[in-house]
Design a protein around this ligand. Structure first.
Ligand code: 5GP
Ligand code: ZN
Length: 112
């Protein structure tokens, strides 16, 4: 989508440290990491948030989560553990309105 930061990263118009990409998803390092390992996994298609997802997006959502798990495993965090987060809307603190999964790892994470 024109003017969307994460669409621009996915298309290479705005640089990012890409850690994984395929036909459907792109993963890159968060610019303000809150853990030693912090990447964002996004679908190439523009979807503002999880609230905009429908049955038609089921396969894409599955690929997004599978990619998040694969990246964590490939980075060596499967044994230690890692956290996947999707912020949706204002009170969750969503600031970029292109669906993304945070993958956090590399330290003991507090909750919430
Ligand atoms: P949200 O709060 O919407 O779930 O997360 C958005 C994330 O995008 C934040 O963690 C923020 O640091 C990250 N972010 C914002 N702008 C950029 C950018 O230009 N490049 C990268 N790599 N990450 C960004
Ligand atoms: Zn977008």
């Amino acid at each position: 989508m024109d003017g969307c930061l994460f669409c621009s990263i996915a298309s290479g118009q705005i640089p990012a440290t890409i850690v994984y990409q395929d036909e459907d998803v792109v993963a890159f390092r968060d610019i303000h990491p809150v853990a030693p390992f912090h990447v964002l996994v996004i679908p190439r298609v523009h979807l503002a948030s999880l609230a905009d997802a429908s049955e038609a997006d089921a396969a894409m959502l599955g690929r997004l989560m599978l990619a998040a798990g694969r990246i964590a495993r490939d980075e060596g965090f499967e044994g230690r553990g890692y956290r996947t987060i999707v912020n949706t809307g204002a009170e969750a603190g969503q600031t970029v309105h292109h669906l993304h999964v945070h993958v956090l790892a590399g330290k003991t994470l507090s909750w919430p």
